[in-house]
Design a protein around this ligand. Structure first.
Ligand code: MIC
Ligand code: SF4
Length: 643
């Protein structure tokens, strides 16, 4: 049977299970990446697993998120990560070298390989024809230790890009169009595979922009073929030998087909506060802009910044706008400097930031109160910028340039002729900020700081859970709601007890106090609970606050896996209408849990209400064992088995 590219790569990596829709399979992971905000936990867990050396073909530890050093915490984490990388045989990309996804694409990604990363935007690597998947740090630690990664066999969507993209419309508009059509939960359980006549005009960084934001669809991954464009990119990166031709078989089967006619697209933006609140820029009128931010793993490439500079050339940013620019990698920054682009940007009034995530995760550059910020990033959840009442619009770099010049949201087509960017691509290759691991790192001492605490463990599943409803939350609650980012909270990522005081703090700052008072808690949620990031802290911190179960209408993939990994029971309503029957403070009992879980259905007693809620679970037999053991670390230790 003719195969799509996704199945071809999965089949080559299959180590457990059968490729049958919906069933769980284990795949071999060739490469892993971690970043600093999730990496300390991942390596602490690798230590807890008792592993001596990583077993992957390549593992890289990046420092790109927590780069503001307001206190010792982030710097201590960086030192811990550097020493742990040397100890375990992991490459270390130093702070200042760039954002993990962009650096990985440029320096390490290989078509046809699998990449597991402790960051939800790991699918960026799909721009190069590899399957990149985001996961919690513990899953990545297990993969580094040589264990398979488990996923449900995904549905594969064929997105055909046909025709030619008009001037002023870019890769970002393609993925925004898909978000407009499919919404933030439209990709759950799916891998998005791209094809069509439009592909030949899309460079690898542009493909990476699209693959990157597939995470906002909730997709497991996004995948482009590996073609002559890929070959030229790899050659320019002096990695031509890593190239191979990879494409779907002719007449390959797909579960869904979507056609996007590129000629019909226009410049768009995702309006506050969701990446799927997409509108054409021509329809957004008279919105004054206070800040424009360009960069991130979505649009921080050399090309993106050249486009910004070219549009702004000879002009200066509007007096009411602060323009901040963070190149995505040191390679991009050096190349842009060599070509005078940085000078152009500075002349146009850009405030050049470190090559890091920066404002995307609220690590500095919080906009003023009530501000409008136009960002080339991928997420615009309320509060993520660091300013609770700021409104963030997500656009491509051309629209960002137009907003920076005009001081209001502007359709970039109003600026006249589209600038001509030169085609050739000659990046400066200089890997001296990437430290290879020593041959034998077993004697390298791992350096810890006082804020780096051991990974907390859960207890095995009891026979009965008596819990109080801590919170009832709506649809599409993000991990940023559950466990906020930002420069104040992120430095606590290595200290779960301290971090737990911020659980749901954006919704209710006293939530943690109530959770401690109740002792045993349950969260009730709507659809797509836990969308967004891969941060396992959104499971770990609730766990230390005594959250035993989450009862939702549905879950986002990575967060559900993280809940299981830390022994928190993810249950879904059999009848979503029952959601209305529950309120914060209700007492619920789950009796005879093991027996009920075995049957797949769980009846939850509402104490005081005199009724029962019917729930179910979608856990595989393997996940049930993990839940029973009180999480994956306990389970792995019990079985002393990574397979
Ligand atoms: C994000 O964009 O939300 C992050 C910060 O990169 C997260 C990882 C984290 O929370 O550390 C992600 O996307 O997984
Ligand atoms: Fe960093 Fe933002 Fe990308 Fe997350 S989405 S990896 S915070 S740049």
């Amino acid at each position: 049977m003719p195969d799509n590219l996704t199945y071809k790569i999965i089949k080559e990596h299959l180590v457990e299970g059968e490729i049958k829709k919906g069933s769980e399979i284990g795949i071999r992971i060739d490469q892993t990446l971690t970043q600093d905000a999730t990496g300390t936990m991942a390596y602490l867990q690798l230590e807890a697993l008792g592993i001596e050396k990583v077993q992957t073909e390549l593992s890289v530890s990046y420092v790109d998120h927590n780069t503001l050093q307001n206190g010792f915490e982030n710097a201590d984490d960086h030192r811990y990560l550097q020493s742990a990388a040397a100890h375990f045989g992991v490459w270390f990309s130093r702070p200042g070298n760039g954002i993990c996804h962009q650096v990985h694409l440029e320096r390490f990604g290989v078509p046809g390989k699998t990449l597991l990363g402790s960051d939800s935007h790991t699918p960026t690597a799909g721009g190069l024809g590899m399957i990149g998947i985001g996961a919690g740090g513990l899953d990545v630690a297990v993969a580094m230790a040589g264990g398979p990664f488990y996923i449900k066999v995904p549905e594969v969507v064929n997105v055909q890009l046909e025709g030619k993209i008009p001037p002023w419309v870019g890769a970002k508009d393609i993925i925004l169009e898909l978000l407009r059509r499919l919404t933030v939960k439209g990709g759950v359980g799916k891998i998005i595979e791209y094809s069509g006549t439009g592909l030949k005009d899309l460079s690898i960084p542009e493909r990476a922009t699209i693959a990157n934001m597939g995470a906002e669809l909730g997709a497991t991954s996004s995948l482009f073929p590996s073609d002559s464009v890929t070959r030229n990119f790899l050659k320019a990166q002096e990695r031509g030998k890593d190239w191979q031709l990879l494409e779907a078989d002719r007449q390959a089967n797909y579960d869904h087909e979507i056609i996007i006619v590129l000629d019909d697209l226009e410049p768009m933006a995702a309006a506050p506060h969701s990446p799927d609140a997409v509108k054409p820029l021509s329809e957004i009128k008279a919105v004054k802009v206070d800040q424009v931010a360009v960069g991130s793993c979505t649009n921080g490439s050399y090309y993106d910044l050249c486009l910004l500079a070219e549009i702004m050339k000879g002009q200066v940013v509007h007096p009411g706008v602060s323009l901040v620019v963070a190149p995505g990698s040191r390679q991009a920054l050096i190349t842009l400097s060599r070509e005078g682009v940085i000078e152009e940007l500075v002349r146009s009034g850009a405030r050049i930031l470190e090559t890091a995530c920066g404002p995307c995760i609220g690590m500095g550059q919080a906009p003023p109160s009530g501000a409008v910020s136009v960002r080339t990033f991928n997420r615009n959840f309320a509060g993520r910028s660091g300013t609770a009442d700021a409104k963030v619009y997500l656009t491509g770099p051309a629209a960002a340039a137009a907003a920076a010049l005009r001081g209001e949201i502007t359709d970039p087509r109003e600026l006249g002729d589209y600038p001509h960017l030169k085609d050739e691509y000659a990046p400066v290759i200089d890997d001296r900020m990437i430290i290879p691991p020593p041959e034998d790192g077993s004697n390298v001492r791992i350096l810890r700081g006082p804020n780096i605490k051991p990974v907390p463990l859960n207890k095995p599943l009891p026979q009965q859970i008596k819990a109080r409803v801590l919170l009832v939350v709506e649809d599409n609650v993000t991990t940023d709601h559950i466990m906020p980012g930002g420069s104040k909270v992120l430095p606590l990522r290595s200290n779960i007890e301290a971090l737990s005081e911020y659980v749901f703090s954006g919704l209710d700052k006293d939530c943690y106090l109530r959770a401690r008072e109740y002792g045993s808690n349950l969260i009730v949620a709507g659809d797509n609970y836990g969308q967004g990031s891969s941060r396992e802290h959104a499971a770990l911190a609730p766990m230390v606050l005594g959250v035993k179960a989450v009862l939702a209408k549905s879950f986002a993939r990575i967060h559900q896996a993280n809940l299981v990994n830390f022994g928190i029971l993810p249950l879904t309503f059999r009848d979503p209408a029952d959601y209305e029957k529950l309120s914060a403070g209700d007492d619920l009992h789950l009796n005879n849990i093991e027996k009920q879980l075995r049957s797949g259905q769980v009846s939850i007693e509402h104490v005081g209400g005199g009724f029962n809620i019917r729930a179910e679970h979608q856990l595989s037999p393997r996940q049930l064992k993990i839940i029973k053991a009180g999480g994956l670390l306990n389970y792995t230790r019990l079985n002393n088995d990574l397979n």
